[in-house]
Design a protein around this ligand. Structure first.
Ligand SMILES: O=C(O)[C@H](O)CO
Length: 371
């Protein structure tokens, strides 16, 4: 039996490479052959997963963090010269700890990394977005690339979530020509629109510290930004699938840098030539920390199942937790089984601490069932 092991990280406990190692061992112990492909959806861990899966070189830039503080952020140069920037490196939620203030954070450092990649000559720049601490509609990143935002007294400023409603004019004339010339491909970790009940602020604002009043303020800010973008940039990003990823960064990268939005996992699967890997595989094992309704909104498991199903290769999911009812919905996209590795009733801290042991045990049981 030949098994493709293609997991996301289990956020907060195991990297995608660690998951690959544990699942791979379990199948090899039963006599199967495996191909291990750690993947990511554009969020945290995308640079590392892509370097492991596709190869390439790692670069580090010192840029502004979510509150403007200097920090070191990694990016990658892939074997074909494509640059890969991961938003979570300079604007990720894990960088702010408990100090979560979605209205005050910036993606400026992400723009600095995009600009650095373009200055080095990258003609194609992939920007992985997700896992952000921000809700600035990508204005910080755009400002770092030379886009000017003016208030109604013509003062230039770098908008953050809380000041998006102050944007009166957007001027793209100063956009760095090297950035303008590059093809920008955006890996979105979710397909949410920019605004509204399924939008960036309503769905992801609370995890970035926004209370209901702040969520309403951030949503109004993104609505206002979309309106000015329509008038000054002649692009409508408001209803675009993925525009709401990473606090509106999806929409911002389309509006300000001419980016194209893609499902993050598809970009990784293209880079590793997934369809070629599927030929000759008897099963795919994938996984993520939590298999829930978000998983079927373009996340890793969904993306893998959607591409394995036409090849008739069954997909098995191992996850920290599996929400009730998700497997039923997932079966329609080709998921054959989903197993929660954590025993019922175990508190989250303990589940995280014991993830390695639990995964090894669940993978061994799955291997015993399949091989
Ligand atoms: O960063 C975020 O807001 C979430 O990961 C969705 O993109």
């Amino acid at each position: 039996m030949h098994v493709l092991v293609v997991p996301d990280s289990f956020k907060g406990s195991l990297s995608a490479a660690e998951v690959c190692g544990l699942v791979g061992e379990a199948f090899v112990a039963r006599g199967a052959t495996t191909r291990l492909i750690p993947v990511a959806d554009g969020g945290e861990g995308t640079v590392d997963a892509m370097l492991l899966a596709a190869g390439g070189e790692r670069r580090v830039d010192t840029v502004q963090g979510p509150y403007g503080q200097p920090l070191d952020a990694a990016r990658a140069i892939l074997p074909d010269g494509t640059a890969l920037v991961e938003l979570a490196q300079a604007a990720g939620l894990t960088l702010v700890g408990e100090d979560r203030r979605a209205g005050d954070t910036t993606t400026y450092g992400v723009g600095e990394q995009i600009r650095a990649a373009a200055a080095e000559g990258a003609r194609r720049i992939i920007v992985g977005i997700g896992g952000s601490a921000t809700n600035d509609g990508g204005c910080g990143a755009a400002a770092a690339c030379g886009v000017r935002f003016l208030d109604d007294e013509a003062n230039e400023f770098v908008p953050v979530g809380r000041t998006l409603t102050d944007v009166a004019v957007i001027d793209l004339a100063g956009l760095d020509p090297a950035v303008a010339a590059a093809e920008i491909v955006v890996m979105c970790d979710v397909d949410n629109p920019l605004t509204g009940e399924h939008g960036a602020a309503a769905v992801f604002g609370p995890q970035k510290g926004a209370d209901p009043e702040t969520v309403a303020q951030l949503d109004a800010g993104l609505r206002h930004l979309a309106e000015v973008v329509r008038r000054d940039v002649h692009v409508d990003v408001e209803g675009l699938d993925g525009a709401g990823a990473a606090g509106g960064m999806g929409g911002g990268l389309v509006a300000f840098l001419g980016g194209t939005l893609r499902r993050g996992i598809d970009v990784v699967l293209d880079a590793v030539r997934f369809e070629e890997q599927l030929a000759g595989a008897d099963a795919v094992v994938t996984g993520e920390g939590s298999f829930d309704s978000q998983s079927l909104r373009g996340k890793v498991v969904h993306g893998i199942a959607a591409r394995a199903q036409p090849a008739g290769v069954p997909v098995h999911v191992l996850a920290g937790r599996v929400d009730e009812g998700v497997l039923e919905a997932a079966r329609t996209v080709g998921v054959a089984s989903a197993t929660a590795i954590t025993p019922p009733g175990v508190p989250i801290e303990q589940a995280i601490a014991e993830a390695r042991t639990n995964l090894a045990r669940a993978a061994a049981a799955l291997a015993e069932r399949l091989v």
